[in-house]
Design a protein around this ligand. Structure first.
Ligand SMILES: [Zn+2]
Length: 479
């Protein structure tokens, strides 16, 4: 039923959660799968992931990291080797007990992350300091059983890349942790046009088995935080249990230092939430599968030939961009406008008899509705400029929102009040005692999101217990 799409979306400002699901389904990014918690990427949604992969993969390779692929099944005993790791992941594991019609002697876990299977292999491959640094990435799917699924944000199966590196010294591995994090942060800012706060996770929020976890936290329009990526300093924890050793430059046997880092399809959820509006998606030009849609305004048959030729000419002029043309006759022009707005295409070109006569086009921006009348001969240049302006202004908007919704709080009453009302990021002193963190979580559902590196050591009082505290942490409710 084609008319379904014409039904109005839920308003983003009025019912954010309903709007989010609605826009994903109606813009045909994804659909629910028969298995609860799983989703299907439809071609338009998958095209965004392909764009993400292309950019990220290039930057990963530029850092000297090579792609490989490891199996989906992991022997359960591998996970049990690292105590924190198995404790952290066991509630969300999917386990295979039957294979080929027979009960398996050894149960197999479907990877919730691949540290254990990869490090089993690293132990076989790494022998000497000459093998280091050892830098591997894999693109794959991951399964973590999800009780409260939400499209893109929380699904039982999701797609990601996971980098795994091995180094001679802790200094070297820390550099890699920072490089990977920085790469993600820049990616979010430059391509997703989303600002956020990066830094270190608390002990209770870090990756199970890691020494430290670093991340980029973004603020969604609902006032809730979304963790955008992770970069882990694994220390020597996994190397010890998986028996990864190398012969050092001094001829002595040594234990290497490791990192792992990941970026998932969840990022698409962030893009949808941050930039979308009441009319649908707003996709940043750098991630858009279609950057420009040309809509010819078809009329009497005799004139249409001219129009069709003109569209061909425009497509040629704009060949450096991702252009789609919409010649469908079964829909009205107004319907088409709504459709491409819903799909978040950054620019629309309208072309009718009037435009042809005057040798110009009408160009409309998706992000703010601004109209331009551009002569054909300067179209290429102007289009490029307008697209980069859209990219820039989306980022500026996100930056402004982050700034306006990050509040310094010194008093627990005020803390609770903000969580109950506006939400957003709360910057507050915390003494570092896990008990205060746990009590805050229990009483408000807010968690420590990140300790930003810019935080200078200051003198303050813990927002919960009032005892001396050195650092301001970012707290928020989170997805
Ligand atoms: Zn405290």
């Amino acid at each position: 039923m084609k008319f379904e799409k014409e039904k109005l979306l839920f308003k983003k400002s009025k019912n954010f959660a309903r709007w989010y699901t609605d826009v994903i389904l109606k813009a045909e990014l994804a659909d629910y799968a028969p298995v609860k918690g799983c989703m299907v990427f439809k071609p338009y949604g998958y095209a965004i992931w392909e764009n993400i992969q292309e950019v990220l993969d290039r930057s990963i390779k530029e850092a000297g990291v090579k792609n490989a692929y490891f199996p989906l099944f992991i022997p359960e005993k591998f996970l049990e080797k690292e105590k924190e790791h198995v404790k952290g992941f066991s509630p969300e594991l999917a386990i295979v007990t039957v294979g080929g019609g027979k009960k398996l002697r050894e149960r197999l876990v479907i990877r919730p992350t691949s540290e254990t299977i990869i490090y089993e292999m690293f132990a076989r491959w790494i022998k000497s300091w000459r093998d280091l640094p050892f830098l591997i990435n894999q693109w794959c799917n991951i399964v973590r059983w999800e009780m409260r699924p939400r499209l893109f944000l929380r699904t039982t199966e999701f797609l990601w890349q996971e980098g795994h590196t091995v180094h001679e010294t802790h200094g070297d591995s820390l550099k890699e942790v920072a490089r990977a994090l920085n790469n993600y942060v820049e990616f979010y800012r430059n391509f997703f046009a989303i600002d956020g706060i990066y830094g270190k996770k608390s002990e209770s929020e870090k990756f199970p088995g890691a020494k430290d976890t670093y991340t980029f936290e973004m603020l969604m329009p609902s006032g809730l935080a979304l963790q955008g990526c992770t970069s882990h300093d694994l220390g020597q924890n996994f190397a010890k249990v998986f028996n990864i050793k190398f012969l050092g430059r001094d001829g002595k046997e040594k234990i290497p230092w490791q990192t792992s880092w990941g970026f998932t399809t969840r990022s698409i959820g962030a893009m949808i939430m941050v930039h979308g509006d009441d009319a649908g998606l707003v996709i940043p030009p750098k991630l858009a599968p279609i950057q420009i849609v040309i809509i010819p305004i078809l009329q009497g048959k005799s004139d249409n030939k001219k129009l069709i030729n003109k569209v061909k000419e425009l497509k040629e002029i704009l060949k450096d961009f991702k252009v789609e043309t919409d010649f469908r006759k079964e829909y009205t022009v107004g319907w088409k406008f709504n459709e491409w707005e819903l799909k978040g295409v950054p620019l629309r070109i309208e072309l009718g008899q009037k435009e042809i006569k005057e040798n110009r086009v009408t160009l409309v921006r998706r992000d703010n509705g601004e109209k331009y009348f551009i002569p054909t001969n300067s179209l290429k240049l102007r289009t490029g400029k307008i697209l980069s302006d859209i990219q820039k202004s989306l980022f500026e908007k996100s930056k402004k929102y982050l700034k306006e919704n990050t509040k310094k709080v010194f008093d627990y009453k005020e803390f609770k009040n903000i969580i109950m009302t506006d939400k957003g990021f709360i910057e507050a002193f915390w003494c570092g005692n896990p008990k205060c963190e746990a009590k805050i979580k229990l009483e408000t559902k807010a968690t420590t999101r990140v300790l930003p590196p810019e935080t200078k050591t200051e003198k303050g009082k813990c927002v919960y217990c009032g005892k001396p505290a050195k650092n301001k942490w970012i707290f928020a409710l989170a997805y």
